[in-house]
Design a protein around this ligand. Structure first.
Ligand code: 5GP
Length: 191
């Protein structure tokens, strides 16, 4: 008897301002049997975000408790906050046969790839440094100080792009979306 297919993990990284969030949400609208993981974070909720949908927003103490109780598949400090992926959420989804998208920073991507080696790593690039700076400055969610931190993090993240299996330059959203869907479908065909 054919055993049920176990879902695959697609890890998506890239600097803030590369447009990962929009790209992912647009791509999943056109794909079946795939979910985007909801991470736990200590950062403040932003305008337009809803708890349990964008993230599970928790206090530092609650995050510490989850680390102690070994609830995270991985967690990392990004910019000045902590973010973590829940083991339980990943396990349940994969067992249901669905694929899963994890939007992680580079540290998280490396850590999950070590633990689950058949995960696929995809890096999203902004079209240029200038465009990245412009997109970060235009975001009304960040103040000027934050933009500086995010730009420095972006520079260090870009250095890791070559460890990724695929790279997508997000200059044009519909083209980048088609590329992402194409990568996911080509991996699914190999199963
Ligand atoms: P933001 O605060 O802009 O939503 O996310 C900041 C960064 O944290 C992004 O690079 C995002 O990919 C990363 N991130 C979000 N959730 C997780 C997570 O669960 N683990 C790790 N390692 N990084 C995450």
């Amino acid at each position: 008897m054919a055993s049920k297919r176990e879902g695959k993990i697609f890890i998506i990284s890239g600097p803030s301002g590369a447009g990962k969030g929009t790209l992912i949400s647009e791509a999943v609208k056109e794909l079946d049997d795939i979910e985007v993981s909801v991470s736990v974070t200590t950062r403040n909720i932003r305008k337009g975000e809803s708890p349990g949908k964008s993230y599970y927003f928790v206090s530092d103490e609650e995050f510490d408790k989850k680390i102690k109780e070994d609830e995270f598949l991985e967690w990392a400090k990004v910019h000045s906050n902590r973010y973590g992926t829940l083991k339980k959420l990943v396990r349940n989804l994969l067992q249901s046969g669905k694929d899963l998208i994890l939007e992680l920073d580079v540290q998280g991507a490396i850590s999950v790839k070590e633990k689950i080696p058949n995960s696929i790593l995809i890096f999203i690039l902004p079209p240029s440094d200038r465009e990245l700076k412009k997109r970060l400055l235009e975001r009304d969610t960040e103040n000027q100080g934050d933009v500086g931190v995010r730009l420095r993090t972006a520079e260090s993240e870009l250095k890791f792009q070559n460890i990724y299996d695929y790279k997508i330059v997000n200059a044009d959203l519909s083209q980048a979306k088609a590329e992402l869907i194409g990568i996911i479908n080509s991996i699914r065909k190999k199963d």
